[in-house]
Structures are given as C-alpha cells and as structure tokens.
Write a protein that binds this ligand. Structure first.
Ligand SMILES: [Zn+2]
Length: 87
C-alpha cells in the first residue's frame, strides 16, 4: 500500500491536518485528533472516533489486491473443514 496523503479533518473545529513525514505528528486546532506516520503508516490519535473524518489517499498495488483476495479465500476455507470439496 502506498500512502499518497495521510490526512484527516476534525469534525469539531473543521481543521484539516496532514502528516508529511514519519515522525510528523500534527494536531488539529482544538486538540481533539491528530495524524502521524507521514507516508509510511496511518496513525491517528483522537478522543473518540467521531471526532474526525478520514481524508487520506492511499494507492493499492495490484499485487496487494490479489494478496487480499487470497487471504479472504483462505479464512473462509478454514471455517469449512467438514465440507467435502468436489473436483
Ligand atoms: Zn479539532
């Protein structure tokens, strides 16, 4: 996953904040929420999840999308051990 923009909007003060680099932690004006992680990971701090709206932009590579599909299939098949599989 590629993080193009790591940003949130505070629902309480309307401030839009963006983390530009890995250790760039940015708080909104009212201090209800913050973003961190830059383009490496999406980290949020908040008083409650209703405090902010996520406006981040991420790009998924085709490899990762294929991997996610595989994982979903695997977890489903694990729950169905008694089902006989037809050829
Ligand atoms: Zn705020």
């Amino acid at each position: 996953m590629k993080i193009v923009r790591n940003a949130i909007r505070c629902n309480l003060c309307g401030d839009e904040i963006e983390s530009q680099s890995r250790h760039d932690m940015v708080w909104c004006k009212c201090g209800a929420c913050a973003v961190d992680g830059g383009h490496d990971y999406l980290r949020r701090c908040y008083r409650s999840q209703e405090c902010y709206t996520d406006i981040s932009v991420v790009e998924k590579s085709t490899d990762e999308i294929a991997q996610n599909k595989k994982n979903v299939t695997d977890s489903r098949s694990q729950g169905r051990k008694n089902v006989t599989r037809g050829e």
